[in-house]
Design a protein. Structure first.
Length: 172
């Protein structure tokens, strides 16, 4: 466990903090926008948890694949979570969002990737040599990073904790 925690600390140390602050600021100013999360596989699960938390914070937030996903347009704030920045399906979605005029945020370790270069804001996370299976470190780190962003949006927006908790589903 200590080795995993040290890897996660290394990820935070190498994250572009300025872009994290900008993401929080932009989310706070996007309360009237549709928020759409894009991600595949386990990176998709991490962004899906973030989309759910944004819903708890009062945002109109959706995940690609939701049956209630509205049309993306210039009133849409898109957050794509991709460690490589080259996931084929995500590249297609980003192209469609770009064509529709959406604001696109890429959370990626692929700083010069196709998706990063098409994004309006890139939250750069580091590539590290992990002892864990495949890309596990990126999925773990995404969950933590998105929880951190959620907590900062909560604080900056001065939301009432009880109000947020009332937005949590009881159908579980």
């Amino acid at each position: 466990m200590n080795k995993i925690i040290k890897e996660l600390e290394s990820m935070w140390d190498g994250t572009d903090k300025k872009s994290v602050v900008e993401l929080v600021d932009r989310l706070c100013r996007a309360r009237d926008k549709k928020i759409v999360g894009l991600g595949a596989g386990r990176m998709g699960y991490a962004i899906q948890a973030f989309v759910m938390r944004l819903s708890h914070l009062g945002y109109r937030s959706y995940m690609v694949g939701d049956t209630t996903l509205p049309r993306v347009d210039s009133d849409t704030f898109v957050i794509v979570n991709t460690s490589s920045g080259e996931t084929s399906s995500m590249k297609l979605y980003v192209d469609q969002c770009r064509e529709a005029g959406s604001f696109i945020v890429a959370v990626t370790a692929g700083k010069k990737s196709t998706i990063a270069l098409k994004a309006d804001l890139m939250v750069s996370i580091p590539k590290i040599d992990s002892d864990q299976l495949m890309k596990t470190i990126y999925e773990q780190y995404s969950f933590l990073l998105f929880d951190y962003v959620s907590s900062k949006v909560f604080e900056k927006s001065q939301l009432n904790k009880e109000w947020v908790e009332q937005n949590h589903s009881i159908l579980e």
